[in-house]
Design a protein. Structure first.
Length: 125
């Protein structure tokens, strides 16, 4: 009995230590590096989505408040997500990725997962 209890404890401790790292909380509002817009990330189904919630005067006229620009963003590692990104400027959807480091978010959009462009955003109120 003691041996089986000890084995059960060791197994439980090993599985807890082997659990994947959880991603940090990216939900909330983020200001683009250009200051042109703010995007709010929130759960949508089993993933995260990002919608434009504010536009600076003079921002791209094709961008609209309420427009979804990130969707189906799912954890792809510690503090990183992958899904799709919509660019209002050209009307195209790209493979989207983003990584979080404290109050800095680095989203990127990629064409054929080869040519990528990233920016640095900061948390906003």
């Amino acid at each position: 009995m003691r041996r089986s209890l000890a084995l059960a404890f060791i197994f439980a401790a090993a599985t807890i230590g082997a659990a994947p790292a959880l991603s940090a909380d990216v939900t909330g509002t983020w200001l683009r590096d250009t200051g042109a817009s703010k995007v709010k990330f929130a759960p949508c189904g089993a993933a995260l989505c990002g919608h434009i919630v504010w536009l600076n005067q003079g921002a791209d006229p094709k961008a609209k408040v309420g427009q979804r620009v990130f969707f189906d963003m799912k954890p792809s590692g510690a503090n990183s997500w992958a899904g799709s990104a919509f660019n209002p400027e050209d009307g195209k959807t790209y493979t989207g990725k983003m990584t979080l480091n404290g109050n800095t978010l680095t989203p990127s959009g990629c064409v054929m997962s080869v040519i990528c462009k990233s920016t640095t955003w900061t948390r906003s109120n």
